[in-house]
Design a protein around this ligand. Structure first.
Ligand code: GDD
Ligand code: MN
Length: 373
């Protein structure tokens, strides 16, 4: 089968019929299916869906009574899907079905995931109230700050996208709450994403199910994704280890000064011990899954990297403080930041051997022309 469209529904009344009709028009005689994964507790919505399933051969309905929640409903849809390609969309016509054709065209060009976006030129988020826009903006920014893989995508919190089924093959998806696309972006296997503009519509009927509870779920989901995504976890662990190093350095330094050690000896010793402790923690935690070669070799590389880092720190400081007359504390802080970035990347790919994975994100001009026409 070419395509499965997964549509989560919750008390949507007759809206799914509109979606099914529209998809039928859009895809005519293509080989596709629509899977409604329904958590409704209003019996009318449920019976409308079953009626739809009985009258449309491309419609399948999975009604759940034991589970609830948008994210898990979509994952259930993924399990049932038989298509080479899988799309996800809402049941309330806020995601224009015609855009699916544009998405198909892009999948055929070899992209792994197509994300229609409200926030690329030609896109429009018109269907939301200004309050919802603000909430949605905050959620997006938080996600993009926290997760590297989400950063390059302009509309990662939407529930509208298409992907090859291989993206999620063998991947355990465990979303909390609504943001299934973020779950796919963080855990999925893919190389190329394309974004195409689309106009978010107003709901045809009924009300949004967004709630405070869902905002809270989103925060929990973010924390979970960060802690379970190797590339993000690493950056945070590295920063945490760095902070622990500063504390250890200060502690030992203070103790030694109290014991009347020469200041410079105290400084060199506490600095070295902090470096050793940073190395051990990074080796055990930050890059525990990327160790190879002898411990001593890793330590030597780590020490060399740190040494160059100290040089970089001093260099940045010198340029800022002496040449540009920046405040001495700000100059040092800038030096530390640059050195930390240096340390992180060199350690990632040299001291330890983290696999590099380049994901490309393109904004498509093809769809741009079409939507402007
Ligand atoms: N199965 C199931 N279970 N479906 C649900 C549930 C649930 O608990 N809650 C909501 N849905 C379905 C709705 O029936 C609808 O088809 C879709 O999920 C989106 O729900 P809406 O209530 O229409 O959400 P929205 O319009 O406020 O939010 C949409 O736009 C946001 C963009 O800001 C969704 O697409 C969000 O994912 C998106 O972030
Ligand atoms: Mn909606």
């Amino acid at each position: 089968m070419e395509l499965s469209v997964v549509v989560p529904t919750y008390n949507e009344g007759r809206n799914p019929c509109l979606v099914a009709d529209a998809l039928k028009t859009v895809f005519e005689d293509r080989d596709f299916e629509v899977i409604f994964v329904d958590d409704s507790n209003d019996s009318e919505s449920v019976s409308i869906l079953h009626e739809l399933e009985a009258t449309c051969d491309f419609v399948r309905v999975e009604h759940r009574t034991d589970a609830k929640g948008l994210g898990t409903a979509v994952v259930r849809g993924f399990e049932l899907a038989q298509g080479e390609l899988i799309a996800v969309m809402d049941a309330d016509m806020q995601h224009p079905p015609a855009v699916l054709l544009d998405m198909l065209v892009h999948m055929r060009q070899g992209y792994d995931i197509v994300v229609p976006s409200r926030f690329v030129p030609g896109g429009d988020d018109g269907g939301l109230s200004s309050f919802r826009k603000f909430v949605s903006w905050t959620a997006r920014i938080l996600g993009q700050l926290a997760l590297k893989r989400v950063r390059a995508v302009s509309d990662p919190t939407s529930g509208f996208f298409m992907m090859r089924c291989s993206v999620i093959q063998g991947v355990k998806l465990r979303p909390i709450g609504w943001k299934i696309l973020m779950e796919v972006l963080v855990r999925g296997h893919y190389d190329r994403i394309v974004e195409i503009p689309y106009r978010f519509q107003s709901r045809v009927a009924g009300q949004s199910n967004m709630s405070i509870q869902e905002q809270w779920n989103y925060i929990k989901h973010l924390i979970k994704l960060v802690s379970e995504s190797p590339e993000d976890r690493r950056a945070y662990l590295f920063a945490g280890v760095g902070v622990s190093g500063v504390l250890i350095n200060m502690l030992i330094y203070t103790m030694m000064v109290h014991l009347h050690t020469e200041l410079w000896i105290a400084s060199v010793l506490s600095g070295s011990l902090a470096m050793v402790s940073n190395f051990v923690l990074n080796d055990r935690l930050t890059w525990h899954d990327s160790r190879n070669g002898a411990l001593l070799k890793r330590f030597t590389k780590y020490a060399m990297t740190s040494l160059v880092g100290i040089g970089i720190n001093a260099g940045v400081l010198a340029v800022l403080a002496y040449k540009l007359h920046v405040d001495y504390l700000a100059a040092n802080a800038s030096g530390i930041v640059v050195a930390m970035v240096w340390n992180f990347y060199v350690n990632s790919f040299w001291t330890w051997s983290t696999r590099r994975r380049q994901v490309s994100v393109t904004v498509s001009a093809v769809a741009l022309e079409r939507s402007n026409a």
